[in-house]
Design a protein around this ligand. Sequence first.
Ligand code: RB5
Length: 143
Amino acid sequence: MKFYIATDHAGFNIKESVKELVKSMGHEVVDLGTNSNERVDYPDFAHKLSKEVLNDSGSFGILICGTGIGMSLAANKHKGIRAALCHDAYTAQMARAHNDANVLCFGERVVGLGVAESILKAWCETDFEGGRHENRVKKIEIE
Ligand code: RB5
């Protein structure tokens, strides 16, 4: 799997560890910043990452801010992005299986590295189930 990752300052501290986790699971990860603890605006990074994911078919995104909320709100403004705010392995598994989510969001101030690892593992090991969920996912988009 190919992942793009971006954070704001409130997600920056966990970013390197998350990148290592993704690589250790055998996946590719492209870092889109931020690159320090200096304050930045999370929508700038959510929009940057969403554009990359939409331009790279089959890729996924990881967005981390303090809570994950702002990142998910901004990413979901992009048609074709299904950003899921996940708090644990179960929500990550369901985000993939039922919602065909393509961007994983979580909060550095909410989950620690251990939970982040279980979230990533569940995300990577779960495929979209399709079937009855196919039409529901299509209905998410409005013209
Ligand atoms: C930054 O303080 C914080 O508001 C941001 O990282 C995020 O949690 C917003 O949703």
